[in-house]
Design a protein around this ligand. Structure first.
Ligand SMILES: [Zn+2]
Length: 499
């Protein structure tokens, strides 16, 4: 079936989107949710397992207190109410990577409910309602081998690794988000970005989307203005912030084309494809009754002491939004400038560079200029570019000391990024230091004057502006390693002209 998609502007002019996000975060606890197995990433398959996380008969789970504490802290940071009493529930479904044939999760009694997270979109604050934050266990991983695509179709064998089975997983579910209109894709992205930053600031997970420790499912529906909300689809496991935005947009376009043709949206899960930016249908969505939830009989209820919860609340760190506000003031940036720092993922980097001695303006200049450009060109995250905040601060101190000019500093930075050492080492090894030896500079100036007698004469006769050509010649012969201002002064001095 080939259909022509309507334009995005056309879609948002005629339909109203409602989005919702379900985010899974793998907690960075030392041990699994209900047993003592280690949780480190990697390891030989099926070596980090025990009778409990393999679901062997007779084994009994015990809840991990550190995971409960981390979940409560996430709930508090998201302005939720913390349940004084709640239970785990069994979610029954069969899947090979789930050894017990059920997942211990929470159902109608989640640990945290009814909160919100404020996010910034285009300079406006959008309040995203949080329906619930609950605790569950992760599944294992299935690997399909023997086929070309790594998918089950065409595979000759499927292998299961249970190392991940039982790792504590927090699920954070938003309330439906209507009213975002054309900005719906950006709101979705801003929410996941802010959520990631909040969780990172709590230190409870490394929230790496590419490694799957933060995974996002995106719900999207469309309705005509004034009518009921439409049927939603759920796009699964969207693996980057950019993909969150693309997944919402692509699903809005697809649904509009179905609705325009008089069709109906099927409630289903869909898979997002990074390469094409499209979604394709997965399974039709189970409803809660299909899972036959019931309270987990092998675990006692959770009843967090309110005094403990109050303690955890009082000990929350400064949350990212407040921290950004404070840094914006300290750095003297406009809202727009701060936004570009945030968008570049440079807040922590600039903060660390300033802490290492650079001025906020200089730190921002390097990270948002030269280094962001390189990160974009090479497709790596700014934080992984190969230069550290301490090195950037050192580079700027060499500029401030007059040892490097701007152009030379860029070349030095190139060497630092290439792994050639610290800025001072690169400057020394590549012999890039500004020529400050007056003897050498005078010789270069005299050479330029001798080589350009006509220009020299013009300058002598009072056309000082013509000296620019001589400065250029000296800069060229010193491979850019002279200070242009000193060169100019020296040329005028040698020609007997006042500057
Ligand atoms: Zn185990």
């Amino acid at each position: 079936m080939t259909t022509t998609l309507p334009s995005y502007d056309d879609v948002v002019a005629r339909y109203e989107p409602v989005i919702g996000l379900e985010t899974h975060v793998e907690l960075g606890t030392r041990t699994k949710m209900f047993c003592g197995c280690p949780t480190d990433f990697g390891g030989e398959p099926n070596t980090r397992v025990c009778p409990v996380c393999l679901g062997l008969p007779g084994s009994l789970p015990v809840a991990n207190k550190a995971a409960v504490e981390a979940t409560i802290r996430i709930g508090l940071a998201l302005n939720c109410s913390i349940a004084q009493w709640c239970r785990f529930a069994r979610k029954n479904y069969f899947y090979p990577d789930m050894p017990k044939n059920f997942q211990i999760s929470q159902y109608d009694e989640p640990l945290c409910v009814d909160g919100y997270l404020d996010v910034e979109v285009n300079g406006e604050t959008v309040r995203i309602g949080i329906e619930r934050v609950h605790l569950e266990e992760d599944t294992g991983k299935t690997l399909h081998v023997g086929g070309a695509t790594g998918r089950i179709h065409g595979a000759t064998e499927s292998l299961v690794d249970y190392n991940r089975a039982g790792i504590p997983l927090v699920e954070i579910v938003t309330k439906p988000i209507p009213g975002a209109g054309a900005l719906a894709p950006e709101v979705a992205r801003a929410y996941v970005t802010e959520l990631r930053d909040v969780i990172r600031s709590l230190g409870v997970s490394d929230v790496r989307m590419e490694e799957g420790s933060l995974r996002c499912d995106v719900n999207t529906s469309l309705n005509l203005p004034g009518e009921e909300w439409g049927t939603r689809t759920e796009t699964k496991n969207v693996n980057s912030l950019r993909s969150v935005e693309r997944a919402v947009r692509s699903e809005m376009l697809r649904q509009a084309s179905v609705l325009d043709a008089g069709g109906r949206i099927t409630q289903e899960t869909r898979h997002f494809h990074e390469d094409t930016g499209d979604t394709t249908p997965g399974r039709s969505k189970e409803t809660a009754t299909d899972y036959r939830y019931f309270p987990e009989p092998d675990l006692v209820p959770l009843a967090p002491d309110p005094a403990w919860v109050a303690e955890l609340k009082a000990a929350l760190p400064e949350l990212p939004r407040l921290r950004r506000r404070r840094l914006q003031q300290e750095w003297g940036l406009s809202d727009l400038d701060m936004q570009s720092v945030v968008n570049a993922g440079a807040v922590e980097l600039i903060e660390a560079t300033v802490a290492a001695g650079a001025s906020p303006a200089a730190a921002r200049k390097w990270w948002l200029g030269e280094l962001s450009r390189r990160a974009n060109e090479t497709g790596v995250e700014l934080a992984d570019i190969g230069a550290t905040p301490a090195q950037v601060a050192e580079l700027q101190s060499l500029v401030d000391a007059g040892k490097l000019n701007d152009k030379l500093a860029r070349t030095v930075l190139e060497g630092v990024v290439a792994g050639e050492g610290s800025p001072t080492e690169v400057m020394t090894n590549r012999n890039l230091e500004v020529v400050s030896d007056t003897g050498a500079l005078t010789a270069a100036v005299d050479e330029a004057i001798a080589a350009n007698p006509d220009i020299a004469e013009k300058v002598r006769s009072g056309k000082v502006a013509a000296a620019g050509a001589l400065v250029g010649a000296v800069m060229k012969s010193t491979r850019g390693q002279a200070d242009a201002k000193s060169v100019r002064e020296l040329i005028l001095e040698r020609l007997g002209v006042q500057g």
